[in-house]
Design a protein. Structure first.
Length: 406
């Protein structure tokens, strides 16, 4: 990916890689702080997880408005500094014996808000930093950051917590934001069109673009349904492998590592596959591969389960690259932030619903039937895309008109 990781995009890419890896450490270390250091109850752990997601649902649409009006570089710098201070407060409070679960709640909410703004700003900045013809490769490189962090971060967190007290493992994430702050400061942000007057801004503008464009509408509906179904799988995997199949904990780690490695590999082949079969069919093939994971688990066969994890990881990259590229390319320049934020609100909202529903279904029907429901849900998302113009889409269409502020 060296052909696209250059110039100003290189600075953004390096900063996001470092901070994403640190954040992956904290996603493991922060719950461990609550459990090991503060002896949190199950109810408190549930609240901590919910509060980390809450900003995406509460502020998601507004974040797009803010990002489209503010300097993207300034958003990246301010959110990095904010995350640095928030995360640094955890080991500081632990050292002074002042740490309480209420502080972790505040840190979870505010770092979630920082992540929402930073991710929206970084995805909005990509189309401004690379030519249109390099947009797909740039998204592959950006997705590589996410997949590398998701694969290496939890393992690193486990090692760090073994060596350091859990609160001090979070120092690694705090330190990572120093690097990303510096790289964001060094970015020369291209000029953007003047922001619209506040009286003309509509929070729903991103949603109107997503549901008003013939290609984006089936894409967002398909992705939201597939995300909801995929999120149903997450809480069940460990339960199924340990309690139903009686596999060792080491296999759970191996399964996650295999999926992460496949996702990393997928980012290197996604652009070539899109060029070969077209954007639409790349998205369809990725969604189909990801949907096979539930069936693979259902079989109970260890080799098939590992193969399903390979398909799931590979599929995430194959559907992730074209969908990011399409929504960035089809949104008018002044609305990329709102479109990105609206997409994240819908997809993360679907994931939240899926995570809640999975427990109820598994309790009522059992884990194995729920795995088949998960697969059916992902295939429903796939079917929506198959029956739409996405199926025949090869190259990026013309830029969309602005649906926004009428």
């Amino acid at each position: 990916m060296a052909w696209v990781v250059r110039g100003e995009f290189r600075k953004l890419w390096i900063g996001q890689l470092v901070s994403a890896t640190g954040s992956a450490v904290t996603r493991v270390a922060l719950p461990l702080v609550a459990v090991v250091t503060l002896h949190a109850s199950a109810l408190e752990m549930g609240a901590l997880s919910a509060l980390a997601i809450a900003p995406h649902l509460v502020f998601g649409l507004h974040a797009g408005v803010w990002v489209d009006r503010w300097s993207l570089r300034r958003v990246l710098i301010c959110t990095d500094i904010g995350a640095l201070v928030l995360l640094g407060s955890v080991p500081a409070a632990a050292a002074l014996r002042w740490l309480r679960i209420e502080q972790l709640y505040v840190v979870a909410v505010l770092t979630g808000l920082m992540a929402l703004l930073s991710d929206t700003a970084s995805q909005t900045m990509i189309p401004a930093l690379v030519p249109r013809e390099d947009l797909m490769r740039a998204n592959s490189a950006a997705l590589l950051n996410f997949n590398l962090a998701g694969t290496l971060g939890p393992s690193a967190a486990g090692v760090l917590v073994q060596v350091l007290p859990a609160p001090f493992a979070i120092l690694i994430d705090a330190a990572s934001y120093v690097v990303s702050t510096v790289t964001a400061y060094l970015i020369r942000e291209p000029e953007r069109p003047p922001a619209r007057p506040r009286s003309e801004v509509r929070v729903s503008a991103g949603l109107r673009v997503l549901f008003g464009h013939g290609m984006l509408r089936p894409l967002v509906v398909s992705a939201a349904i597939a995300a909801m179904a995929g999120a149903m799988l997450g809480p069940l995997v460990v339960l199924f492998l340990i309690r139903e199949l009686h596999l060792p904990a080491a296999f759970v780690g191996l399964n996650l590592t295999v999926s992460g490695a496949a996702a990393v590999a997928g980012t290197f082949v996604a652009t070539g596959w899109c060029n070969r079969v077209g954007l639409g069919r790349c998205y369809l093939s990725g969604t189909f591969l990801a949907s096979l994971n539930g069936v693979a688990l259902f079989t109970g066969s260890v080799p098939v389960i590992l193969l399903g994890s390979v398909f799931a990881g590979l599929g995430m990259s194959l559907f992730g690259v074209p969908q990011r590229t399409l929504r960035q390319a089809l949104a008018s320049e002044g609305l990329v932030g709102q479109v990105t934020a609206s997409w994240r609100t819908l997809v993360i909202g679907g994931q939240t619903v899926g995570a809640v529903v999975s427990g109820a279904l598994a309790t009522a029907l059992g884990i194995r039937p729920t795995l088949l429901i998960v697969t059916a849900g992902m295939l429903c998302g796939l079917l929506i895309a198959v029956l739409s113009p996405l199926r025949g889409l090869r190259d990026l269409p013309a830029v969309a008109r602005s649906f926004a502020q009428d």
